[in-house]
Each structure stands twice: as C-alpha cells, then as structure tokens.
Design a protein around this ligand. Sequence first.
Ligand code: SAM
Length: 230
Amino acid sequence: MEKDAGQLFVVATPIGNLDDFTFRGAAILKEADLILCEDTRISKRILEKIGVKNKLMVFNARNESRRISEILTKLKRGLKVALISDAGTPAISDPGVRLINACQLQGIPVSGTPGASAAIFALSISGIPTDSFVFEGFLPNKKGRQKKITEILLEKRTVVIYESVYRIIKLLEELKEKAPERFVAVARELTKKFEEVKRGKPAELIDYFAKNKVKGEFVVIIAPEGWQPK
Ligand code: SAM
C-alpha cells in the first residue's frame, strides 16, 4: 500500500434516536471525502441534523459489487471514505462486508466508530441470558424458512433475529406451533417514541401484537430451551 493511501471508516449511526450519534462518528463523517450510504434521502436527513454536508455516494445491496473497484481506486488515491447504513452498524444485516473484506485484503486501513446495533441493544434490555448468543439476522422469507426455524429451536444459546412488521405475527405463529413453551422477547421501535419490549410465550405475544396492530421495526430474542424467567 502506498504511503498516503486513504482509509475506510465504518461508522455506526443511530437506530432511531439521533442523540445516539457518537461525537467521534460525527467528526469522522465531517472529515470524510466521501460518504457511502444506502439511500441518500434517508442519510441526508440524518446528516443534515448533525451538520454534515459531505459528498454522498449510493452504496447498497444492489450495487455493492459493481461499486467496489471504483471505491478501492478512490481509497488508493488517498481519499477518506466513510461507510454508513440507513440505521445502525454497517455490515450487520446491511451492505459492506465485501468492500471491507476487499480493503482488508489489499492492505487499505479499515477503522470506524462503534455505536448502535438493534440486535445488541435488544439483547441488552431483554433480560434473557446474554452469556452466549447467536445472531441469525433476517430469516429466509420462503425457501428454507421452516428448516431454519427448526434449527434455531434446537440451539442451546439465545438466538437474536431481525423481523419486519409484515412477518412478525407469522414468526410468532411459527414459534407457537413448533415450541409453544419457549420464552421469547420482542423488542420494537428501539430508541424511538414507541419503544417497548414484550416478553412471554409465543401465544401471549401474538395476543398482544395482533390486538394492538403494532407497527415498526422488530428484534426477536428466543431464549434457550428450558430457560424461563424465575
Ligand atoms: N445494521 C442494522 C443494525 O446494526 O441494527 C440493522 C439493519 S437491518 C436492514 C434492519 C432491521 O434491524 C430491522 O428490520 C429490524 O429488525 C432491526 N432494527 C433496526 N432498527 C430497529 C429499531 N429501532 N428497533 C427495533 N429493531 C430495529
């Protein structure tokens, strides 16, 4: 790597509440020559609030592989490039892994700032054992979904899943069917106005969430088999 090569900064952004922006994350974004983001409309709104007006480039699941060589060229020319997601930590159920791997392979320095990630925050406020856990991200929508759920329910560790509003009831129904006694926590709208964590058996959670027609973003935490709150 040449002496004045650039650097890739992987910067976590808030998952809802903008006050969760870190000072260092904001400073890095202000200094970056280029900010890679999934959706310029979403990121512009957030960045304007912290006074960042730097150049944005769309970098998302659809164009990640096409953009990598162009970004590597910029980094090799000495640019400081920051990578952000719509919300939370880049590369965690979000684009970035391939770019970060390419930088690591080519000796381009990669750093950044840690910050919010819905999975870790949900786990930390769930009260379900955190000593050993598995992050599954989003489950497949169709093919392989039932097999995956069956595997997850055999897991000896706590399991963390991301789920959308369209499938949260479906997932709870599937858990009710396969493991009606399993203890589950559903964390919704974390750090936002309607944040809540509901805990119980799948049937109890279905009652609550279906009755209240809740919306938003969800993290589902499945306790290890046999674990119940005392
Ligand atoms: N990279 C992000 C992170 O570090 O949390 C995750 C991005 S993933 C595309 C988006 C999913 O994360 C949502 O569908 C939801 O499951 C979860 N999520 C993100 N923000 C959330 C929030 N404020 N409350 C609950 N879940 C959230």
